[in-house]
Design a protein around this ligand. Structure first.
Ligand code: GDP
Ligand code: IMO
Ligand code: MG
Length: 477
């Protein structure tokens, strides 16, 4: 199928994730924003997200501003929606980066209804109990949870509150009483925020009213999801989740729309492996508990792992280069020791956090979890990154959870149940390089067979297969 056919009669597309984040939302937000959308809007999360966009080999990571901003000079609109939490310093520094990259942002809109991440939220998030090392959930430490907590408790500071200093001072004073350990000095906080608030002020709008107007005018609208369904506060592996509902429902609500307004919701699934960052159950994790605690420890950055496993590399000014098809990496991805195989896949697929640099935990794609996610996010899917595992002798997909003598095909949010599950796998033959393939028909037979089985099991439909990080490396089925 062509992209034109896929988008025929479609006014609204959502690019969301059906796993634990980091599946390629950045790539596909840019893909649809550059060739199709008039408006790109984000509705959930904050700068816990790290969305990578690669255009002509040049990489850019966005944390807050949707990837569509690079099309601003064409008059396209970019929105930070009401459901987001905004760290003003981070937003200002993203604007500085756009300035230095020569990217305009004349059509940027920031919702006055979005909540603000205050400096004391960041401090609270970084307090010990959130750290994975100390048994916490391993948050990104960006103040997301504490900011959403204040929102839910109806004492949050909204973007529009920033411009009424008396009201702002009152709200911060209340926070200082609530969080005495933070020694909040109201005046100091206001002084610190003022330059950033002034910087973003020209972009503040009633973005919900704007979205409703754009819908009425027939503008083509793209929603850029953040995080992933299995990290959703509502549907994910609670409490090992983020603090927003990053499902289709939450993403649409976060920009003032309803899920039923979305004509083409596309749930991204990494295939045939998947990842998770931070703590929490992950039934198909290669190396199991050992991998989970290893990834929580310091000292396993990309550089550490390259050194430890004797893989030739260069490192200068924070830029690390190595051959992801180095014979040693190929040997590791085919290792019979699953823990080593996981490290090999992490190195081959470059799975290190775009926000925190943490090693991402790695396992085979879990079709049981994907079936659950598809039920909530709609059945249309994009598969990403199969190209990064070329050189594998065989790969596996999980189609069931075995507990004792029972096999279940039903996902559960109960961590104990997930941890007691042994994945039931089907194995498929590995494949070689697929990065240059541009049609479904030309994909290796075993990968097509796995995609067919996966669609059947999840009752979903794969609409797109991605075979590289660049816009061009995309197959519309
Ligand atoms: P996001 O959070 O969902 O936007 O994903 P991230 O940017 O955190 O991580 C996805 C990574 O995979 C990025 O480095 C992308 O450039 C890269 N990527 C996306 N799609 C593909 C693909 O099909 N193949 C390969 N090799 N890399 C991809
Ligand atoms: P993108 O949009 C992957 C994870 C954190 C942690 C948990 C809670 O790039 O896919 P938080 O800081 O939100 O309170 O952390 O959620 N997490 C993500 N994992 N991708 C993300 O975003 C994530 N955003 C949060 O690692 O386990
Ligand atoms: Mg990411």
């Amino acid at each position: 199928m062509t992209l034109d056919n896929l988008l025929k009669g479609v006014q609204t597309v959502a690019v969301i994730c059906n796993q634990w984040g980091d599946t390629g939302k950045g790539k596909f937000s840019d893909y649809f924003a550059s060739q199709w959308a008039d408006v790109t809007a984000r509705g959930t999360g904050g700068n816990n997200a790290g969305h990578t966009v690669v255009v002509n080999g040049i990489k850019k990571v966005f944390h807050l501003i949707p990837a569509g901003i690079t099309n601003d000079s064409l008059g396209k609109i970019t929105i930070l929606g009401n459901g987001m939490v905004i760290d003003l310093e981070v937003l200002s520094s993203e604007l500085d980066e756009l300035d230095s990259d020569g990217v305009s942002y004349n059509n940027l809109m920031l919702s006055g209804d979005a909540n603000v991440i205050m400096p004391y939220h960041v401090n609270r998030d970084r307090a010990k109990h959130q750290s994975q090392k100390n048994g916490g959930i391993g948050s990104t430490g960006r103040g997301i949870g504490p900011s959403y907590s204040d929102k839910i408790a109806r004492r949050g500071i909204m973007v529009r509150d920033l411009f009424d200093e008396d009201n702002l001072a009152n709200k911060i004073r209340k926070a200082s009483e609530l969080y005495p350990e933070q020694n909040i000095n109201v005046e100091e906080v206001i002084e610190r925020l003022r330059p950033y608030a002034e910087r973003v002020h020209p972009f503040v709008r009633d973005t919900v009213a704007e979205m409703h107007r754009f819908m009425g005018e027939g503008k083509k609208i793209l929603l850029e999801g953040a995080q992933g369904l299995l990290l959703s506060i509502e549907h994910g592996t609670y409490p090992y989740v983020t603090s927003s509902d990053c499902s289709l429902n939450g993403t649409a609500g976060g920009v003032g729309l309803s899920a039923k307004d979305i004509d083409l919701p596309l749930g991204i699934v990494k295939f045939p492996f998947m990842t998770r960052v931070g703590a929490g159950p992950f039934p198909t994790e290669l190396g199991g508990n050992m991998s989970e605690s290893y990834c929580a420890e310091e000292g396993h950055t990309r550089l550490d792992e390259l050194q430890e496993h004797g893989i030739p590399h260069t490192s200068s000014n924070g830029k690390i280069e190595y051959n992801w098809r180095d014979p040693r990496i190929i040997e590791m991805i085919n290792s019979e020791d699953f823990f080593t195989q996981g490290i090999g896949i992490r190195l081959a697929a470059s799975e290190y956090g775009a926000t925190t640099g943490r090693p991402r935990r790695v396992g085979w794609t879990d079709a049981v979890a994907a079936k659950y996610a598809s039920r909530i996010n709609g059945g249309l899917m994009i598969l990403t990154k199969p190209d990064s595992l070329s050189g594998l002798n065989e790969f596996k997909i999980c189609y069931g959870y075995e507990r004792g003598s029972e096999v279940s095909e039903t996902f559960s949010r109960d961590g104990e149940l997930l941890r007691s599950a042994s994945p039931v796998y089907k194995s498929y033959q590995g494949y070689g390089d697929i990065g240059d393939i541009r049609s479904h028909g030309n994909l290796p037979r075993s990968l097509k067979e796995a995609i067919y089985d996966f669609e059947k099991f999840t009752s979903g439909k794969v609409a797109v297969v991605s075979v590289g990080p660049d816009r061009e490396e995309t197959i519309v089925i």
